[in-house]
Design a protein around this ligand. Structure first.
Ligand code: F6R
Ligand code: MG
Ligand code: MG
Length: 364
């Protein structure tokens, strides 16, 4: 059976500040998607949030880029924005960059990850959602999951994974893409993946079956809007088990918090802390950045779950390490590498400061 899984997300208002989401927003979204399920547009849905980002997880038969599904998400965000406005939440409608819907939410602000799949006998899906970071945050974990035998032993000892995976890499500045094959092209691949503010893994495919293994959102809000509108706070869908990495192999990279961009004012590096959904409330210095993971089994398109995958004491040590890294980086205050390089900061006063100091710079 063919089914499409769409994850569409937006920050339509934070509670309190940018730290979390108000329960009434989730209720509103729930009501909107329930109606769409009753009306037959959706097979199933799950509404959740990561920090201040509202996440609509939907299954349906309409394929990727369906106008009907994108409009449903857009209208749901608008309804929730109304609630956010009444509650005077912070940054109301922050990610809705267009005035009206024009066929597809891509490029309009919300983040989108979709995959149309042939549902397997057991279809295990993990959905990662992050707050206070950008799409490139998935580069390192996706590389480890699908290309690193020190992380994924299946690449070595499972016959159905031994041929490796193909990575579709997007240049988010030039809007170009390239597909590179692991393992033989990993050295070429890493020159791009190691620069996550510019190059992002959009999708991963099984080399033999050509099946889609993972897909992420690669929007860059700042590039869409041409001004600061917050970090993308990306999502990523990963299929697991069988010819794909096991659930434990997919979760394993998050046991080591890696440093990502997007903390405080979208202008700082910080550790990506894996947490349970109810702990995705980035408060300390508006962070540190968080990642949650919802696990599902699909049954005829029905979302059996979620299991809150980071709600596991085995990730306590990663959280402790992330806190230690957070303390260490915070001690750098306004200095790089805690603060992002000049061209990557979402907030800057550089033009004003330079203007004020015109005439005071002299040749050396
Ligand atoms: C939001 C974020 C926050 C804000 C900061 C300032 O994703 O990362 O750190 O950038 O709280 O927010 P504004 O400009 O909305 O007052
Ligand atoms: Mg926000
Ligand atoms: Mg956010």
């Amino acid at each position: 059976m063919s089914v499409t899984l769409s994850v569409i997300k937006a920050d339509i208002g934070g509670y309190v500040g940018h730290s979390s989401s108000h329960p009434l927003i989730l209720e509103k979204a729930e009501a909107s998607l329930k109606k769409a399920k009753q009306g037959g547009t959706l097979i199933d849905y799950h509404v959740t949030r990561c920090g201040d980002d509202l996440q609509l997880i939907m299954t349906h038969n309409l394929g990727e880029d369906s106008e009907k599904i994108h409009k449903l998400a857009w209208d749901t965000f608008l309804e929730c924005t109304q609630v956010a406005r009444t509650l005077k939440l912070h940054g109301v409608g922050q990610d809705l960059l267009a005035d009206s819907f024009s066929g597809n939410v891509k490029g309009m602000g919300p983040g989108v990850a979709e995959m149309q799949i042939e549902e397997r006998a057991a279809e295990t899906i993990l959905i990662f959602m992050a707050d206070k970071t950008a799409s490139g945050a998935w580069n390192l974990p996706l590389y480890k999951i699908f290309a690193d035998p020190f992380n994924t032993i299946g690449l070595v000892i499972a016959a159905n994974m031994h041929s490796g995976f193909a990575f579709e890499i997007h240049d988010v500045k030039e809007h170009t893409k390239v597909i590179l094959n692991s393992p033989e092209e990993i050295y070429d691949m890493l020159i791009f993946l190691g620069a996550p503010s510019r190059y992002c893994v959009k999708a991963v495919y099984h080399r033999e079956s050509k099946s889609i293994a993972a897909v992420s959102s690669t929007q860059r809000l700042a590039l869409i809007a041409g001004r600061y509108v917050g970090k993308d706070d990306p999502v990523c869908i990963v299929r697991c088990q069988g010819e794909f990495p096991a659930v434990g192999e997919v979760l394993e990279p998050f046991a080591t918090p890696h440093i990502v961009e997007g903390w405080m004012r979208g202008s700082h590096h910080g550790p990506l802390m894996p947490v349970a959904v109810n702990q995705s409330n980035p408060s300390r210095f508006d962070g540190p950045p968080r990642v949650i993971c919802a696990g599902f089994q699909l049954a005829g398109g029905k979302l059996i779950g979620p299991r809150d995958m980071f709600d596991d004491p085995a990730f306590d040590e990663a959280r402790r390490q992330a806190n230690e890294m957070a303390y260490y980086l915070r001690r750098h205050g306004p200095f790089e590498p805690h603060r992002l390089p000049l061209e990557e900061m979402e907030y800057t006063t550089m033009p004003q400061v330079m203007k004020k100091l015109t005439g005071r710079f002299s040749k050396i």
